[in-house]
Design a protein around this ligand. Structure first.
Ligand code: TXA
Ligand code: MG
Length: 321
């Protein structure tokens, strides 16, 4: 990325504007975290209720102490090991963090993203930026600059194109304000990664079986309705729905590789969980683009990145408003 592009984006931030930024997880919609009017523009652009707290993105772990009241040992350890990277820590806020950013909470979510373009921007800007994922509220997070332009258009003053996101799912959020670190959202840093560094178990959100209704309000959702079935049943259920007149998108497990499927759009799930995570949101968007009204998918094994992938699929399948 050219230097003048970075400088121009930093100037947009200084003047209270919005910059879409690439990160290793998903694209973010950034504003000066210390400018409440700029932060308000984020909520307006996303159509997101202003009670939903935002993540503050910093240019390096060395700035953490300026933004939080204190840093417990577990938080320090995790920050040192995983930053820059797909980990967000929830800590008690310092007075530097406006309540507009935290949705009125006394805690703040902070991370150091691992993308050269955004690290350069943060260095040029010199402060912290509040940034949610750069999508309309409730829809799938963008993993390319084109996704951002399609979804937010003129609501953004500047889009920095840093290519396709490497991780493809949002950061892992860990609340480190209590006695035991608690995973609030599984993501790019796995539970196993966290426990290896800490040396003890962390709390994770309870898993639920495939069909518990009402547990997972819809979020990260494509327009098409998403239905989760057992992996062995994806092909049969997809064909049945297609025969009933749906335009079905099928996410077919590797175990059914090569089986012909009678459906509108058929996508073979990558064998590697890294590849699956990287492409999941893009695949969901493509089902919409291809006119599917129903997506049939299955939950992967909830180990490693599988936990985060399953979490996003459950939310995509959750009840709609
Ligand atoms: O990977 C990511 O985290 C991306 C990139 C852009 O960094 N950002 C992202 O932001 O996913 P967003 O706004 O879409 O999701 C932030 C999540 C929300 O679910 C919010 O509830 C939670 O972080 N959060 C923020 N502050 C919090 C706090 N003080 N306590 C608990 N949860 C918090
Ligand atoms: Mg989001």
């Amino acid at each position: 990325m050219r230097n003048d592009e970075i400088e121009r984006a930093a100037e947009v931030l200084r003047r209270g504007g919005l910059v879409a930024v690439p990160t290793e997880t998903v694209y973010g919609l950034a504003a000066n975290a210390e400018d409440p009017a700029a932060v308000a523009r984020i909520f307006a652009a996303k159509g997101r209720p202003s009670s939903h707290p935002l993540i503050v993105h910093l240019g390096g772990a060395q700035y953490l102490d300026d933004w939080v009241e204190s840093v417990p040992p577990a938080a320090r350890l995790l920050a040192e090991r995983f930053w820059p990277g797909p980990l967000t820590l929830v800590l008690r806020r310092s007075r530097r963090v406006p309540l507009e950013v935290t949705g009125g909470l006394e805690t703040v979510a902070v991370r150091v993203p691992n993308h050269p373009v955004t690290l350069e921007l943060l260095a040029a800007f010199g402060g912290g930026v509040a940034a949610p994922s750069a999508n309309r509220f409730g829809s799938v997070s963008p993993t390319t600059a084109d996704h951002v332009r399609t979804e937010l258009g003129d609501a953004v003053d500047c889009v920095l194109d840093g290519g396709a996101c490497q991780v493809g799912l949002e950061s892992t959020i860990v609340d480190v304000t209590g006695d035991v670190p608690r995973v609030l959202r599984p993501g790019g840093v796995t539970r196993e990664d966290l426990e290896e560094v800490l040396g003890y178990p962390v709390e994770v959100p309870s898993k639920s079986t495939v069909r518990v209704p009402g547990q997972h309000p819809s979020h990260y959702a494509p327009r098409a309705r998403v239905v989760l079935v057992e992996a062995e049943k994806v092909v049969a259920e997809a064909e049945q729905a297609q025969d009933l007149g749906h335009r079905v998108g099928a996410l077919v497990p590797p175990s059914s590789a090569g089986v012909p499927v009678r459906a509108h759009a058929v996508v073979q799930v990558p064998e590697s969980m890294d590849d699956y995570a990287r492409s999941l949101f893009k695949l969901l968007r493509e089902f919409d683009e291809r006119g599917c009204d129903l997506v049939i998918a299955y939950l992967p094994d909830e180990q490693g990145l599988g936990l985060a992938i399953a979490n996003r699929l459950r939310r995509a399948a959750g009840p709609r408003q």
